[in-house]
Design a protein around this ligand. Structure first.
Ligand code: CP
Ligand code: NVA
Length: 308
């Protein structure tokens, strides 16, 4: 696999290898610093949307590994507007060693991957957020030493983050439950794939509307914004529907006593998650955010060194 576009494209063994590599690179970093194994390599970071974590964690990952990163803002490139996706991909392939792209339509990152000669990483699309999922799996793995038989419950919108979390949970043997309001489901295709992956690993996928039923026995409660980037015109409508799905102390109290609470961030505090929970004893929000960097180092090393 030349690219890292969706969790669905990788086998459980490949994902576990990436997790092991992430742990190794994280330990190495914490023991004094990473070896410059990507010296001379440059990452182009193409953004159609804003970012804090994805931008900074990729940039720092490259720096720690001896390489460099170039940030290309939404205004600069005009993906598909100023210049066609095929042309941008071919031009960048002549300059850099790897491309990361954050796009609206998943087809756009697929298009970049099709035309680029260098590896392409999906830094979030409307379909899924595989870098986030890998960091999430790393966070769960660090806490429980496995994903097998861990109950992962996502409460909120059936969005890109929910889909990649379902895929990685199902691939690695965690039981995935989602509670979302009617009409805010993950796509049928994604659900079907999720069931397939769960069948292969012997785990379960449970689709519910009731957040209280969903968090019973949960080892992980995960939430994300009710309104994703690109859906801003629906924000009012969503704010009216989603309040029963808020992750607050009362909901967390219904889960396993050792439950960890996760959020990909940015958080809309006191909407999908309360301050009390985000800053409380169950929260792993900031180690989770840090893990983006460690997980992405593994992706970069895999694509630039191991997959060659
Ligand atoms: N979680 C995440 O992808 O954050 P950013 O949008 O800040 O990159
Ligand atoms: N679901 C959110 C995630 C942001 C990191 C979005 O797509 O905006």
């Amino acid at each position: 696999m030349k690219d890292f576009l969706a969790v669905a494209d990788f086998s459980p063994e490949e994902l576990q290898k990436l997790l092991d590599l992430a742990v190794e690179l994280k330990n190495e970093r914490q023991a004094g610093g990473n070896a410059p194994i990507l010296q001379g390599k440059v990452l182009a970071m193409v953004f159609q949307k804003p970012s804090l974590r994805t931008r900074v964690s990729f940039d720092m990952a490259m720096r720690h590994l001896g390489g460099d990163a170039i940030y290309l803002s939404p205004a600069e490139i005009g993906l598909g507007k100023r210049e066609s996706i095929a042309d941008i991909a071919r031009v960048l392939s002549g300059y850099v060693d790897v491309i990361m792209a954050r796009v609206f339509a998943h087809e756009h990152v697929l298009g970049i991957a099709e035309w680029a000669d260098v590896p392409v990483i999906n830094g979030l699309s409307d379909y899924n957020h595989p870098c986030q999922a890998l960091a999430d799996a790393l966070t769960i793995y660090e806490r429980f030493n496995t994903l097998k038989d861990i109950n992962v419950t996502y409460v909120g919108d059936g969005n890109n983050v929910a889909v990649s979390l379902m895929y990685i949970s199902a691939k690695l043997g965690a039981n995935f439950t989602i509670a979302n309001p009617a009409g805010f489901d993950m796509s049928e295709d994604a659900i079907e794939l999720g069931h397939e992956f769960a069948k292969e690993s012997g785990s379960t996928i449970t689709l519910l509307e009731d957040p209280h039923a969903a968090v019973q026995n949960a080892h992980v409660i995960y939430t994300d914004t009710w309104t994703s980037m690109g859906q801003e015109e629906e924000a009012k409508k969503r704010e009216a529907v989603f309040p029963p799905y808020q992750v607050n102390a009362a909901l967390v109290a219904e889960a396993d006593p050792e439950v960890i609470v996760m959020h990909c961030l940015p958080a809309h505090r006191n909407h999908e998650i309360t301050d009390e929970v985000a800053d409380g004893p169950h929260s792993v929000l900031f180690p989770q955010a840090e893990n983006r960097m460690h997980a992405q180092k593994a992706v970069l090393v895999h694509l630039l060194r191991d997959a060659k």
